[in-house]
Design a protein around this ligand. Structure first.
Ligand code: FAD
Length: 402
């Protein structure tokens, strides 16, 4: 929709049509940001993006960055609001208002929409293109491919555009799910804690080496772990698991305290509540059920008294509180992922115009390209920026032909 809008705005003479496989356009937008649509972030920077060379992304943002996005949305009636962590939302906090605004702007400009039309075949024909959509043949002078990745196919993006890219001689890099929940091997522990949310620092250890950590609300589920820090770490987990490495998530359940402070606190606590059974020992400090699992994990009998804890028990409790460990079994896959990592290889496209280097007149934007961002509005920002650039460049190239 952004590509279509910028194409029409650049050259109102262009006839622009969106071919959409679903029964309505922009379905995925409705589920973004838990229905609130986290549409960008003020902290756009290189390290938030992964995939192909990051200068491709930055060159595109230098043409259409987050301020251009905010201005664009203001023009179509969507006022935005930034939260404390830099995430930008529509002032209404309704994803549907973002989709409506895009739809109305498409309508105003005369962009046509063909629904229920999955494009399944795309080839060069003379100076333009021939393609098949829902069994019918169509022709176009220019094509902008923007079919998204493979994640959350129920919202429309089923990965079918990768075949169209391959068919036109482009390379697709390895695809894997990102921003996705993580499955643990020791599900019996996660299952006992199912539904509990707590603030923790989650670290990813690959073959024992700590690679990245994120702090926030972790959710225990029957399959493993979820919550913002886990989603944020899932990309690195996916990558290393696909390389056959052993990947582990450890949770620091008392992230504000250093290990010696935790030790001192436990010793004091054991003295103060020495008569209390160990299954009640952590009540008031961490979630009671989590505390009971920690005690059990340290092989301390639940009915023993706090006063009988040995120095060895104390060390084991401290270590577990700071490294509550889950060995990863995998992720919840594309069906549950928010984005697809990997995609159309960037060096086959021109940054800031998004045009194919080998097939002039073919453009590609959004998640379909080998670009994925962290959680926090970075993926939609990439979709708006690359879409706007592709739309503009496509209209200009068409204009210049005459
Ligand atoms: C649950 C969830 C929450 C998310 N929350 C956020 C968030 O808050 N902030 C953020 O930045 N990102 C978020 N994302 C990621 C973000 O939604 C995507 O990165 C973004 O929508 C990608 O935009 P796109 O236009 O490239 O692809 P899509 O939005 O996936 O759109 C592609 C469209 O092309 C259509 N299509 C695909 N193949 C064909 C074909 N062959 N023929 C015809 N039509 C086709 C699809 O039906 C779809 O409508 C979230 C994703 C999910 C799943």
């Amino acid at each position: 929709m952004t590509a279509a809008i910028f194409c029409k705005r650049t050259d109102p003479e262009c006839r622009v049509k969106i071919y959409e496989r679903m029964d309505r356009v922009g379905k995925k937008l409705l589920v973004t940001g838990n229905g609130q649509c986290n549409l960008s972030n003020i902290y756009i920077s290189l390290e938030k993006y992964h995939g192909g060379p990051s200068d491709f992304v930055m060159q595109t943002f230098s043409v259409f960055g987050y301020q251009a996005t905010i201005d664009f949305f203001a023009e179509i009636g969507v006022l935005t609001k930034t939260d404390q962590s830099g995430r930008i939302y529509p002032y209404s906090f309704q994803a549907s208002s973002v989709l409506d605004a895009l739809r109305f702007e498409c309508e105003r400009l005369g962009v046509q929409t063909v629904l229920g039309c999955e494009v399944t075949d795309l080839r060069r024909r003379n100076d333009g293109f021939q393609f098949t959509g829902a069994g019918r043949q169509y022709y176009a002078d220019r094509i902008i491919l923007c079919g998204g990745g493979r994640s959350s196919a129920q919202c429309g993006s089923n990965g079918s555009c990768y075949s169209l890219l391959r068919q036109t001689g482009h390379t697709i890099t390895e695809l894997f799910p990102a921003i996705v929940q993580v499955c643990a091997k020791n599900t019996n522990v996660a299952r006992q804690l199912k539904g509990i949310k707590l603030n923790a620092t989650a670290s990813v250890l690959v073959n024992g080496q700590r690679l990245r950590q994120e702090t926030g609300e972790v959710l225990f589920t029957d399959y493993g772990l979820s919550g913002p820090p886990i989603l944020q770490l899932s990309r690195i987990i996916s990558t290393h698991m696909s390389n056959g490495n052993t990947v582990e998530i450890t949770l620091n359940l008392l992230p504000e305290y250093r290990i010696e402070q935790v030790k001192a606190m436990l010793v004091k606590r054991a003295a103060a509540i020495s008569g209390r059974c160990m299954d009640q020992f952590f009540g008031g400090l961490i979630n009671k059920r989590v505390g009971q699992v920690v005690v059990k994990g340290c092989n301390i009998p639940s009915q023993s008294h706090a006063g009988s804890l040995t120095a060895q028990d104390m060390n084991a409790l401290c270590a577990t509180l700071q490294n509550f460990s889950f060995v990863c079994r995998g992720t919840r896959g594309f069906a549950n992922a928010q984005v697809t990592a990997g995609g159309a290889q960037l060096d086959q496209f021109i940054p800031a115009t998004m045009e194919s280097r080998s097939m002039g007149g073919l453009y590609c934007c959004g998640e379909l390209l080998d670009v994925d961002g962290d959680c926090g509005g970075y993926n939609l920002q990439w979709a708006w920026s690359s879409g706007a650039c592709a739309g503009k460049a496509c209209a200009l190239s068409f204009k210049q032909r005459f």
